[in-house]
Design a protein around this ligand. Structure first.
Ligand SMILES: Cc1cc2nc3c(=O)[nH]c(=O)nc-3n(C[C@H](O)[C@H](O)[C@H](O)COP(=O)(O)O)c2cc1C
Length: 479
């Protein structure tokens, strides 16, 4: 089985599992970062617009717990210049090891942080932005799909954006947006990501600083209950969309808050929280939480409990490993790389395939599987026009096989075929090689892959259930 965490990003961040806690403003404080780090992942403190004193105390609290590898998240475009300067100076003075940045790219900030010895991550929403980030010297690029909770820079589905970003840049890429399961990790890795960034899935945990009201709403909501809207705008540049749980505010009951006096709907230790502000309910707040920005990504449909963060991460890794060991819940034998399989052959077997022939077949299969992942993702996108989590079941199963067969390969084929044709071609290749193999683990594994493909072909022959067609970003007339 491949090592899911043996990636350049994990090495740069210093984590054992490829799960990264998003730097969620207000929500990701030291308790959550510590829990994620203890579980082997990597965490960012969400410090957007926070005073220097809080950055200092949160960093000190993490260090007091013995943690040395963590990040601080800041958003230059959403922070007054003077405060931003003080925050950056504090991060440099405190020798924060990693900085995570978001929204408009500022090459001068990247250079300054790198000169200070920090690993610099920037979350982007497009291929052009990813290229700009790489040119600015960013070490790790986070590709954010529009499925993401909170502020959404991405305008495209993660399934489309991620492979294009991976192809366009020479830096490690992490995937973000709507991810909440082991299957999501497997697909993201198969599409070329070094790991995944979790926001909503780690907000729905015991250690998150979100108010219990917000966590409860995450439990109850489904993917289709989220909406992209720019109605929560106070504190941010104009026109910055957020993904939140639908509410009377997103439905336009209170207008858009473009003029007139601000209405106070809550309080955080003496600071008023206004209607239409980007503040989400935190433990430290009181007020009418239903009217606040209830951030959530499309992965909320998979949130069924509020466990400790470490338990959620362990379960996710377990799912991912199980998917790699036995895609489609079969009884496949322990998998290994094609190179190891090729090593099973020697010339004592008359009529058996040569290792070179076998490796070529594996390469061709891997390439077809890569295309099958893309096609399955495209099918999924058509069936779930809006608001669905980014990766479907078929893609997860194909991605599992892809990683099992060719962990080091990244060959999207340009020749587009239909999924049934591709499955037929893969089965024919498998038939040819299986018939000539002696009884080995490899033969068993490939036979299971063959059965899996037959099953998928049968499923594809059945018509897909109809899905409701619903606009995702609210137009002015909808509100
Ligand atoms: C409650 C919440 C707050 C967020 N705050 C920030 C932030 O302050 N800085 C930032 O870079 N990203 C922020 N994000 C976006 C995340 O970086 C990430 O893109 C997103 O959480 C990924 O999608 P997911 O929530 O579906 O996992 C926030 C997301 C959520 C859910």
């Amino acid at each position: 089985m491949i090592d899911l965490a043996d990636t350049a990003a994990c090495r740069l961040l210093g984590c054992r599992v490829p799960l990264v806690l998003a730097g969620m403003g207000g929500v990701a404080r030291h308790e959550l970062v510590a829990a994620v780090t203890e579980a082997g992942g990597f965490g960012f403190l969400g410090m957007v617009r926070e005073p220097v004193a809080l950055i200092e105390s949160e960093v000190a609290a993490l260090r007091a717990l013995g943690h040395t590898r963590f990040g601080v998240n800041l958003i230059p475009a959403a922070t007054p210049a003077e405060l931003l300067e003080a925050q950056l100076a504090a991060c440099i003075r405190l020798q924060v090891p990693v900085i995570g940045l978001f929204w408009d790219i500022d090459p001068a900030i990247v250079a300054r942080c790198r000169d200070a010895g920090m690993v610099v991550c920037w979350q982007v929403g497009s291929v052009d932005e990813a290229i700009a980030a790489e040119r600015a010297g960013v070490d790790i690029i986070i590709a954010q799909g529009r499925e993401a909770g909170g502020h959404v820079r991405g305008t495209r589905r993660l399934a489309e954006l991620l492979p294009e970003v991976v192809a366009a840049v020479g830096r490690p890429v992490l995937a973000a947006g709507g991810l909440a399961s082991g299957g999501d990790l497997v697909v993201a890795r198969a599409l070329g990501a070094d790991g995944i960034v979790l926001g909503t899935a780690l907000m729905a945990t015991q250690e998150a600083f979100a108010h219990p009201y917000h966590k409860q709403r995450l439990l109850e909501a489904q993917a289709g209950d989220t909406v992209l809207t720019d109605i929560f705008h106070i504190n941010w540049p104009i026109g910055a969309p957020v993904r939140v749980i639908r509410s009377s505010v997103t439905g336009g009951l209170f207008g858009r808050g473009d003029g007139g006096p601000r209405r106070v709907i809550g309080d955080e230790e003496g600071r008023p929280i206004h209607l239409f502000s980007t503040d989400s309910p935190l433990r430290s707040m009181t007020g009418d939480f239903a009217l606040m920005a209830l951030y959530a990504g499309t992965g909320i449909g998979k949130i069924e409990a509020i466990p400790p963060a470490g338990a959620r991460m362990a379960a996710l890794m377990e799912q991912a490993r199980a998917l790699l060991a036995t895609p489609d819940a079969g009884n496949a034998a322990e998998t290994s790389s094609p190179v190891c399989y090729a090593g099973e052959f020697n010339h004592a077997y008359m009529g058996n395939p040569e290792p070179g022939e076998f490796a070529a077949t594996c390469d061709a299969l891997a390439s077809d599987l890569q295309q099958a992942v893309h096609l399955a993702l495209a099918d999924h996108a058509e069936q779930h026009a809006f608001d669905a989590p980014p990766f479907g079941h078929e893609a997860q199963a194909y991605a599992g096989w892809l990683l099992a067969l060719a962990p080091d390969k990244d060959n999207p084929t340009s020749q587009v075929q239909t999924l049934p044709t591709l499955l037929g071609a893969m089965q024919a290749r498998l038939d040819a090689i299986i018939a000539r193999l002696p009884e080995t683990d490899l033969r068993q594994l490939l036979s299971q892959l063959r059965q899996f493909l037959t099953l998928q072909q049968r499923r594809l022959a059945k018509p897909a259930p109809a899905q409701p067609d619903r606009p995702e970003i609210l137009s002015a007339s909808d509100r």
